[in-house]
Design a binder for this molecule. Structure first.
Ligand SMILES: Cc1ncc(COP(=O)(O)O)c(C=O)c1O
Length: 336
């Protein structure tokens, strides 16, 4: 082996194993195996295979209004804006959308009612056996919709009774962005069997990850590989992200900055009839534009008008929600 190749090999091995070791230390208890991919979609597709192989069950449930990726993961996504006129892969069933804004139930009863609906969906659309229940703690593309903690508490026993594993899709909610917690699942008070990450894990580098337990990982008995999955530069970027989030106290900064912004957005909600709902956790905030507070009819025209103007002022905001009418405010965690 020539010298350059030798150095490259050492560097590659080094970055991969060091990052894996450092990441496992930050993961929720029990998750000690990591597998790197280059996108969140790839991570979720692989995670679904893990769950099916481990449980030997087929049915996967994902929440209405959830986004879990494109391509091989598009069948896990339940948003009209990303659905096409092609058949969805069999064995992926719809769990309810626990919507607290346009909620058909009395608000205090909603988590229980949505969990009852989930139980019914398991009964009617699966054999009674489940492989996986997949959740974003705060739905991102869906328009910054926090999944209620109480709903999870009531839904999880039904999933467990059907033999299902729990997957926390933390592509948007991880690494302290929630402010109060490092992981979204911790904020919802449950322990996932599988956790997927992408986006800020590499701070812009194509890097994503599936984390799980030794037992679940062991169920995947054949070889797999991802050409760019453990790219050494991306591994180095991942290591740096973990370090900087801690060293610069970005979780706490996110909490403080989010509180400040949330209060400002609430002021807008009180002041304007068309600002229907302000919601979110940490630096994942949403402002939903409606025709009026009573009807809650989405107002994509007004949204687009304001969106274009904020862009002209040099402020880039995200767009989301079923109606394309929700501002997604998810700035870098390093903002001041
Ligand atoms: C919650 C969630 N899961 C999965 C994905 C897919 O990740 P990627 O775009 O890296 O394939 C996204 C992307 O926006 C996401 O927000």
């Amino acid at each position: 082996m020539d010298k350059l190749q030798h150095i490259t090999t050492i560097y590659l091995n080094d970055q991969h194993s060091l990052f894996a070791e450092e990441l496992v230390k930050k993961l929720p208890e029990g998750l000690d195996q990591v597998y790197f991919t280059s996108s969140g979609s790839e991570a979720n597709a692989l995670a679904s295979q893990f769950a099916r192989l481990h449980t030997k069950n087929y049915s996967i449930m994902t929440l209405g209004n959830g986004y879990h990726g494109h391509g091989g993961s598009s069948y896990l996504t339940n948003m009209p804006s990303y659905s096409h006129d092609i058949p969805k892969t069999q064995g992926v069933e719809l769990a309810p959308f626990p919507d607290m804004y346009r909620c058909p139930y009395p608000i205090d009863e909603a988590p229980q009612r949505y969990a009852d609906q989930l139980k019914q969906n398991i009964e009617f659309s699966t054999s009674g056996n489940m492989a996986l229940f997949m959740v974003e703690a705060v739905q991102g593309a869906g328009g910054i919709v926090p999944v209620p903690k109480e709903f999870m508490q009531k839904a999880i026993p039904h999933v467990r009774a059907a033999g299902g594993l729990l997957l926390s899709d933390e592509v948007q909610t991880a690494f302290g962005r929630m402010g109060t917690h490092y992981w979204g699942c911790e904020m919802l008070g449950y322990k996932p069997d599988i956790l997927t990450m992408a986006k800020h894990i590499g701070n812009g580098f194509p890097l994503a990850c599936v984390a799980t337990t030794k037992e679940i990982a062991a169920s995947y008995k054949k070889m797999t590989f991802s050409t760019y999955g453990s790219n050494p530069i991306a591994m180095a970027a991942g290591r740096e992200v973990l370090k900087i989030v801690d060293e610069e106290g970005l979780q706490e900064k996110s909490r403080i900055n989010a509180e400040y912004m949330h209060a400002g957005f609430k002021y807008l909600e009180d002041k304007y009839e068309q600002v229907g709902d302000v919601r979110g956790h940490g630096l994942m905030l949403g402002i939903e534009m409606v025709k009026d507070k009573e009807s809650k009819i989405p107002n994509p025209e007004l949204f687009t008008d304001v969106w274009e103007r904020t862009k002209n002022y040099g402020l880039l905001l995200g767009k989301g929600g079923r109606g394309g009418n929700v501002f997604r405010i998810q700035p870098p965690m390093a903002i001041t």
